[in-house]
Design a protein around this ligand. Structure first.
Ligand SMILES: Nc1ncnc2c1ncn2[C@@H]1O[C@H](COP(=O)(O)OP(=O)(O)O)[C@@H](O)[C@H]1O
Ligand SMILES: [Mg+2]
Length: 270
């Protein structure tokens, strides 16, 4: 499988004019690669995922997903910012739904969904409804529902964005486990710099309006990723490097002045 965005641009018609959301986005995702995209709110992250998923049509450029001719898996699956579970369906029905949409028969989809639910420790909740679960559990079900269809490319739009820091930390690890056991490549959108680094093989930094790729960083951490990496000095260095790419725009959006160089410490060696 290979996936490529080539010179992708998108503008929306708005009140007689246009809003340009993305400009000239080019990148590639390899087989089973995990690519993070980090950027501030409004830089076009969700728009980019919708273009890749085929829910929106690009104004210019193209999205190309190629696979071996015997690869029957769905091209892509998108998990929205909100988990998007159906409130009137149980956990089991929600997870099975992704398979139903692909035409898998009833008995098989229940068996596969149940096996998946059991494998992530949610069996006791298989027949619960979303409102009976914690927010974190709902998010796990939403992510699970995407993984169970075994897509070639899984598109995740800030899937942990609404969670408290502790839950989020644990679910990052859980998500990586699911990915390791799957065959999917992942494009993971987040506004959290640390999350982008801890999860990704590469981080693309998207900024501006319209959003453009500001830079790309390869993350030199091994797999499996451990929670301890959060305090690894290589992670701090990369976070600082990414912050350097985002800072000016973040300040502009708050009408703050540029950062002044720190005064030299007295007695410091120049
Ligand atoms: N359907 C739409 N119609 C008009 N403008 C849109 C639409 N979807 C997104 N936009 C605009 O495109 C820009 C990028 O939005 P979005 O992709 O949601 O950013 P992000 O996910 O990074 O917060 C914003 O300025 C937003 O208002
Ligand atoms: Mg968004």
């Amino acid at each position: 499988m290979s996936f490529q965005c080539e010179h992708l641009s998108k503008s929306f018609a708005l009140r007689g004019g246009f809003v340009q959301a993305l400009e000239d986005i080019t990148f590639r995702v390899g087989e089973r690669e995990f690519v993070s995209i980090v950027g501030p709110s409004g830089c076009g992250k969700s728009t980019l995922l919708k273009l890749i998923a085929g829910l929106l049509r690009p104004s210019a450029g193209s999205v190309v997903l190629t696979a071996a001719s015997d690869d029957e898996r769905p091209a892509s699956a998108l998990v929205f910012q909100e988990h998007g579970l159906f409130p009137w369906m149980t956990v089991l029905e929600n997870v099975a739904f992704g398979l139903e949409a692909r035409g898998v028969g009833r008995a098989e989809r229940h068996e596969r969904a149940m096996a998946f639910i059991a494998s992530v420790g949610l069996a006791p909740f298989a027949h619960a409804f979303p409102h009976q679960l914690s927010v974190g559990m709902r998010q796990r079900v939403g992510i699970g529902r995407a993984f169970v269809t075994d897509p070639r490319l899984l598109l995740l739009d800030e899937p942990l964005g609404s969670l408290d820091a502790q839950t989020r930390f644990l679910l990052q690890e859980e998500l990586l486990k699911l990915w390791t056991r799957s065959r999917s490549a992942v494009v993971y959108v987040t506004h959290d710099i640390e999350e982008a680094v801890l999860l990704g093989d590469r981080v693309l930094v998207l900024t501006g309006r319209p959003g453009r790729i500001q830079g790309e960083i390869t993350v030199p951490l091994g797999r499996p990723r451990k929670l301890e990496y959060a305090v690894d000095e290589r992670v701090s260095a990369i976070k600082w490097q990414i912050w350097g790419m985002l800072e000016e725009e973040a300040r502009r959006s708050l009408a703050l002045a540029s950062r002044e160089p720190l005064p030299a410490e007295e007695g410091a060696v120049p």
